[in-house]
Design a binder for this molecule. Structure first.
Ligand SMILES: [Cu+2]
Length: 120
């Protein structure tokens, strides 16, 4: 019996590992503005992800001292489908901001996260 269990573990472990390895969940690699940075009022948010993003099923929002900031239509960079661009359509006042993202990848999985920055 013990041998059977060991054998089962030996067979399933690599399969599980392969399944996780095949997942393509969006992970934020970096952003502009950078997390924690203090910057002059940006005109757009740029987010670099680990996977190709489906922009029509993804979203970014930005909250600041005046409430929700107005963002234009989310798009991917035509040169890099892992880079998402959200235009900021009205100037940001000085203060602390929090960007919140929800990204769907081609495998239909959705991941979310957020980061903060300050406008001087
Ligand atoms: Cu996935």
């Amino acid at each position: 019996m013990k041998t059977r269990l060991t054998l089962l573990a030996a067979v399933t472990a690599p399969l599980l590992f392969a399944a996780f390895g095949a997942n393509a969940h969006a992970r934020l690699i970096k952003s502009d503005p950078k997390a924690g940075a203090t910057v002059a009022a940006p005109k757009q948010l740029r987010l670099w992800f680990s996977e190709t993003i489906v922009p029509g099923k993804s979203s970014v929002s930005l909250a600041g001292p005046g409430g929700a900031a107005a963002l234009g239509k989310l798009a991917v960079d035509p040169k890099n489908p892992r880079v998402v661009v959200a235009p900021i359509t009205s100037p940001l006042k000085p203060g602390a901001y929090k960007a919140t993202w929800s990204m769907t990848t081609a495998d239909t999985h959705t991941m979310g996260g957020g980061f903060g920055f300050k406008v001087k």
